[in-house]
Design a protein around this ligand. Sequence first.
Ligand SMILES: [Zn+2]
Length: 258
Amino acid sequence: MDPAVMLRDQPVPARGGPWKDICQLQVCEPRLREKMISGLSMELGNGRTIRFWEDSWLPHGTLKDKFPRLFSVSTLTGAVVGDCGFWDGLDWIWSFQWRRELFQWELDLAGQLHETLQSAKPTNEREDTMMQAEVFPAEITSYSFTRAIWKGFVPPRIELLSWFVLIGRVNTNDRLCRLHVLDQNDKLCVLCSKSEETVFHLFLGCDITWQVWCAWLHAFGRSWCPPGNLKDHFESWTNMAIWRVERKRWFLGFFAVV
Ligand SMILES: [Zn+2]
């Protein structure tokens, strides 16, 4: 996504896996699109692209939702922020026009609107930008190491499976026991029947799985220490210095073993 372009103007990528599908979804399906937009917010720059009432550029949602009455009598619906005021020297003065004279209680609302806008003003130093309204929880950002998966070397469903493995969201026996799908006695690994079948064990720690990894590594002439977790394993794999021509094959190896 281009952070300098408003969501409604984002180009749909011509190629690419899940991201392309997501973009198309939001373009075709207005309800989803709204949902996506409400999860984003804009940072005010020169105010030339952010819509004053409809876009979420201040904390706590859109002004249209916060002041529905004023929105309904505004003559500036659809206007961008930069059209809702003017510069008086270095001061930005908010200025609105209404379809009719406001009732007293509406004037009070207008006062509240001005209060809300008190510390907000456009700046000519930068363009408006779009950003995530909410900061992602650490759990999600800590998955950023999985970015290297989405290279299009393998079909999307394989990429997705590998992603689930790396973030530990696979229905291994331990998980199915926790969810009471399996009996507590069925926790053992399907391959070795010795240890509890966790994601780490099934995809890396199990003796049998490790032999598969080692066979692949051997074919590449690499020796490998058994890593402590899947994240370390994947990171050492992706950070490996490999000849450019070999690189794709090396990556495919990871997916193949998983
Ligand atoms: Zn095992």
